[in-house]
Every structure is written in C-alpha cells, then in structure tokens.
Write a protein of this length. Structure first.
Length: 369
C-alpha cells in the first residue's frame, strides 16, 4: 500500500515511480516511544546500499503509544537531523496500533472507481467517518461467490486523519517535505519476508516497548495485532540477575539469552515466563487468523514465523518458539531483499540490523515496488 503526501490540503496522491536515474532518495523514519531510527538507501551500478542511517533516543513523553504528545519538542529534535543530513524529502512508518486493517468483500467494479466508492462507504468497514479518515487499499483477488455474484477482496487500511496530520505537521515544522507514510507492519514485512515467499508467514516484531504480530501473504500484510510485550522487562531481568550495566545487556542477551547454564538458573526462570507470553500470543493470533478469514477452505496454514525487531536477537528464542509451537521459526534477515552479501556487505551487521527492519523496509519500498 502506498500513500503519498502532496501538501496540506491534499494528503495523498498516487504517482508513477520515476526511473532510477531520476529518483531522489528519500530519508525514512521509524518512530517509537523511546527512539527514532532513520535511513536512506541508494542505488548505484544496480546495487542498493545504505546512504545514511542513525538512531537517537527520545525523551519520555514526546511520543506515547505512537501518538505525538509534544510536537514542539519533536520538531526541535528533528531540526538538527535535517541540518546534519542536508536532506528534505522524508517518509515515515506509522504504528500498527493506530491503523484499522480489514479484509473486505467489495462489489466488482471498474478499478478506477474503487477509491471513490470506498470513501462513501468507509464507515461500514472501519469505526471512523470518511471525513476523519485517511485510507488506502490493495486488491487481493476476485472472489466468485456463485455464478451471479462476483466480488473483489480488498485489504483496507485506515488511519485517523488527525493522527497522520500530526506527523505531517511535525516534519513540515522541522523543514522537511513529507512525501509518504506507510503502516509499519508493511514496512518490516518488506524487509524480512523474501520476495519469492508466496505462502502465509507470521512476522513477529519484538521491540523494546511492544510486540507486533503480522500475517503476510504474497508480500502483503493481511492481519496485524500489537500487544504490550516488551523487551524492556527482559533487559531489567538481565541487569538484576547478572549484576551488569545497561551497556552490557545486549551482548549478554546474544550470548546467554534463553540458554540455561550453570549459574544463570535464576535469570532463566525470570525471563522464561516473558517469552512464554510471546509464544502464547503467536498461537492466539495464528488461530484467530485461521478462523476469521472468508477463504477458510482455500487458505494455507502459516508456514513459518520470522522474527525481527531489536529484542529478537535473544539467544535461543527461535529454537524455544519452534519447539513450543511445533513450527519453523527463524531469525529474520533485514537485508534479504536489498542485496546478497556476495555483492555488498552492509554497514550494519546482521544482529543490529534487526532493530532497523522497519526503516529498512520503508526505504526499500522506493526501489523494489
């Protein structure tokens, strides 16, 4: 799903992508309550590589549960980034908690009329009046109910207009030109789900303050849910039970993680219930997806789970989830759709790159969609 911002009066405009040599690389942002990440990808001699990237911590209270609470502070925070990077065009991923994502059955009609027709009937599908929403859609397929009735299956995503405009206004206030917004689930799915993957996969974005579960089919997000399962609590357990500083936690998570060893039994017992909740939630979301889709008879089961996000590098996590859920679970590769390591070695190493999955996928959209 693509949505483009043109100006204050008209938020979204579909455009034809220009050829590579005319494209202006866009600086992409991924915001959370605790930090922001940014990245710009570039293409040269047929290879995609990192142009600029970075991560900065945010003060508590600037963003809460995805909503901007202190616009002026965020504008002041962004201005030095603009001056440093000497760039204007930006895009941003928007948190899943604020999107209404639905798979709907819609009457068959000329594709040029779908957007107008949806706008008139939007409140039938999402709990927002049409005037208060910004929406986009993907056509999944034609659906034949019987010989007399043919419908379209659409993925519909709608955000509250005021929510999108708050991010737009902050960018403009900082001197940027916002050109696109996208729901974050589509961004991180684009990064870690291989382009050739045609089945149904679950992507779990395990973050510091929340965890998002997304069902992806043929590269498109079909269903998503976010819950308050956070790596922040696991970090506290490592600090408490290993008596280490915060700067040492990341290395300890990757080295010790869920692997029970002599001397770390207390740590293992402390974090096991936390990751057990992830296991239970993954099973719950998969069951919900399988039972609430109109194509039950044709639907393929979820073939595997792909982990991403900054907390997904916890040693032993894929193995634990695979054993408990009785399905394939693997750590994602945020560069799988960028380039092979034979052609180019990214500046961000594999483990660290999982924290950048969302912003990598957003930046990648410019080059592979």
């Amino acid at each position: 799903m693509k949505t483009y911002v043109k100006n204050r009066k008209k938020l979204f405009l579909d455009i034809l992508p220009p050829p590579d040599y005319l494209r202006m690389p866009v600086l992409c942002f991924d915001f959370s309550d605790k930090s922001l990440k940014y990245m710009k990808l570039q293409r040269k001699d047929g290879l995609i590589s990192i142009g600029q990237f970075g991560i900065s911590s945010l003060e508590d209270g600037i963003i809460e549960k995805g909503e901007i609470k202190q616009k002026d502070k965020l504008i002041s925070f962004l201005k030095p980034i603009r001056e440093k990077l000497k760039t204007e065009l930006v895009a941003a991923s928007l948190p899943e908690e604020k999107v209404f994502l639905s798979r709907i059955k819609f009457p068959l009609m000329d594709k040029n009329r779908i957007r107008e027709a949806l706008a008139l009937q939007l409140d039938e599908y999402v709990p927002l009046p049409g005037a208060e929403a910004i929406f986009d859609y993907d056509i999944i397929n034609d659906f034949i109910e019987n010989k007399e009735q043919v419908h379209l299956h659409l993925n519909l995503a709608a955000f509250p207009r005021s929510f999108v405009e708050s991010y737009r206004d902050v960018f403009i206030g900082a001197g940027f030109i916002p050109v696109a917004f996208e729901m974050e689930t589509q961004s991180f799915a684009r990064a870690v789900v291989p382009k050739e993957e045609m089945g149904n996969v679950m992507v779990v974005d395990f973050g510091r303050t929340r965890t998002t579960f997304a069902i992806v089919s043929n590269g498109k997000v079909q269903f998503a849910a976010t819950v308050a399962l956070a790596g922040e609590e696991i970090e506290k357990a490592f600090i408490l039970h290993l008596n280490i500083g915060r700067s040492q936690v990341e290395a300890a998570k990757r080295d010790i993680g869920l692997i029970k060893r002599k001397g770390n039994e207390n740590l293992f017992e402390a974090i096991k219930p936390m990751v057990s909740v992830i296991k239970d939630e993954a099973a719950k979301q998969a069951a919900y997806w399988m039972s609430h889709n109109e194509d039950d008879k044709k639907k393929e089961k979820i073939s595997k789970i792909i982990l991403c996000g900054g907390e997904s590098t916890l040693a032993g996590l894929p193995e634990y989830l695979s054993c408990e859920l009785k399905m394939k679970v693997e750590l994602g590769n945020s560069w799988v759709n960028v380039s092979s390591f034979e052609d180019h070695i990214p500046e961000i190493e594999m483990g660290d790159s999982l924290a950048y999955s969302t912003v990598i996928g957003l930046a990648l959209r410019q080059w592979i969609n």
